[in-house]
Every structure is written in structure tokens, then in C-alpha cells.
Design a protein around this ligand. Structure first.
Ligand SMILES: [Zn+2]
Length: 263
């Protein structure tokens, strides 16, 4: 296994609506922690990131399964539907997990527990040299009726969000991923997913949850099994991701149905 640490953060461009909270009179509340501050639960962040990595893998010609339904995930989906020959077999520590897509190798399948851990995402505001956690703000939105093209009172929508409009200073979403991947080239896909993550939370169609360009710190212990070796900081995570992603596609290439020409 290749251990790594990733610290991820991105400016919040428009209010993030997470859901999962429960406040009387508020249609959708953003979940808040013990300190009453909004956050994005790790499971929600992980789901969005997994979906982004699937889209990248598919765009590069690698087949993936479809989380989260176990019957539609590796290896069951290939055994039932066929097509497993196009997905690389996965063996680790003397155990055979059958055809397993690159996304399951990172995020886990019903048989292979996810080897990575994500923290909850917190929202912080940088203000006057201090970093503070962000208070939730209420946002009112009116649904416009398609038929009458007018707002109806019954469709007034109140949401509690983490909003950059809640006060001065830039707000950022921040979180970490730790763990290990079974093959180093998988980090290319994971980092590419983090670099491509454009939104958080619900209601993207309402213009909510848009993020600025992410800032990623990546440390990798490159040599397998040398417990004493220090984590190495990767100077340019985007270039690293591109290189590793290329290797991952090469590894899958004989198995993939079709891989686009790199030119
Ligand atoms: Zn899979």
C-alpha cells in the first residue's frame, strides 16, 4: 500500500446548501456540528468525489461500476452482466477481489473496504489575520411557477447555508484525506478528482455551492512497505496527477473497451 496525506481547500464562491439539518421553519437546513457551525459530512464529500472520479475514469476510456448499489458495483456487476474482461483483476495480499474498477480500488467496494478516510469539510473565514469557523446564514429563494411565471407564496423556499455573503472575508471549505492506495497511479485519479470538484452540496441548478480553484497539499510515501521512510511532499500535485493518471490509463489500456488517442 502507498500511504498518503492530502489537505484540500477551496474558496466558496456561492452559498453551500448541504441539507441534513433540522430547524423549524427552514425548508432545508445545512447540517451543523456540536458547535452549531455548518459542515459537509465526510460521507457526502466522499460521494461527490467518487462520482467525479468515475466521470474522469470514463472520459479516459476506463470502465467503472456504479456506486452505491452493491449489485451494480465491482465485482458483482461484471459477473452478472459480463464485460469483466475489460476491467483489471485486483489481487492484494494474496486475496483475489475479481474485476475491480479503479474507482473501487480507491473508494472501496462491497468486498474491498475503502482504504482512504475523509474528514468532514469545515467552512472557515479568513478575516483580519484570524481564521474563524463560519456561522450559518439563512437564504430565501422563491420558486417561480412555470405556468403562471409568478412566485407563489407556497413555494417560498428558505435554506440555511454556509455563505460567503454572511460577513466580510473570504470563506473556504477545507478537509483532509488520509490512508493508502494499493497502487500509486490511483493517486492520479484521486487528485484529478479533487482538482475537478466544482461544487458542494445540493441545488447546483440554483447556483449554489460553486467552488473556486482548489489548493491541494499532497504527501506520499513512495516506497511500498518502508515504514520508517518519511512522507515526501509533492511540489506540483497537478503535474503529479497528470503523470500518474497517464500510467493508470496505460495499465488499463489493454483491458479498456476503447481509449481515446492522446494525439
Ligand atoms: Zn467499481
Amino acid at each position: 500500500m502507498i500511504p498518503f496525506i492530502i489537505n484540500w481547500r477551496a474558496a466558496v464562491r456561492s452559498a453551500v446548501l448541504v441539507g441534513g439539518g433540522d430547524i423549524p421553519g427552514v425548508d432545508i437546513a445545512t447540517v451543523t456540528g456540536a458547535n452549531k457551525r455548518p459542515y459537509v459530512p465526510a460521507t457526502s464529500w466522499k460521494g461527490r468525489l467518487r462520482h467525479t472520479c468515475e466521470a474522469i475514469a470514463n472520459a479516459l476510456g476506463m470502465l467503472t461500476c456504479t456506486a452505491p448499489d452493491a449489485a451494480e458495483m465491482c465485482p458483482s456487476c461484471w459477473l452478472q452482466r459480463g464485460g469483466g474482461a475489460q476491467v483489471l483483476e485486483f489481487s492484494y495480499a494474496g486475496r483475489d477481489y475479481g474485476p475491480t474498477c479503479p474507482v473501487c480500488r480507491i473508494f472501496g467496494s462491497p468486498w474491498w473496504p475503502s482504504p482512504i478516510r475523509l474528514t468532514d469539510l469545515t467552512f472557515v473565514r479568513h478575516q483580519e489575520g484570524l481564521t474563524r469557523t463560519v456561522d450559518p446564514t439563512l437564504r430565501w429563494q422563491v420558486s417561480i411557477s412555470r405556468q403562471t411565471r409568478s412566485a407563489s407564496a407556497g413555494r417560498l423556499f428558505v435554506a440555511q447555508v454556509a455563505s460567503p455573503a454572511g460577513g466580510p472575508g473570504t470563506i473556504e471549505a477545507a478537509g483532509s484525506i488520509t490512508g493508502a492506495v494499493p497502487e500509486e497511479d490511483l493517486l492520479g485519479l484521486l487528485v484529478a478528482g479533487l482538482l475537478s470538484l466544482e461544487t458542494l452540496g445540493h441545488a447546483r441548478s440554483r447556483g449554489l455551492g460553486w467552488l473556486g480553484p482548489p489548493i491541494i497539499e499532497l504527501k506520499v510515501r513512495a516506497k511500498n512497505g518502508e515504514a520508517t521512510e518519511e512522507m515526501k511532499t509533492i511540489e506540483d500535485p497537478a503535474a503529479y496527477a497528470e503523470e500518474k493518471l497517464r500510467l493508470l490509463v496505460q495499465r488499463y489500456k489493454p483491458h479498456a473497451a476503447h481509449v481515446p488517442d492522446s494525439g
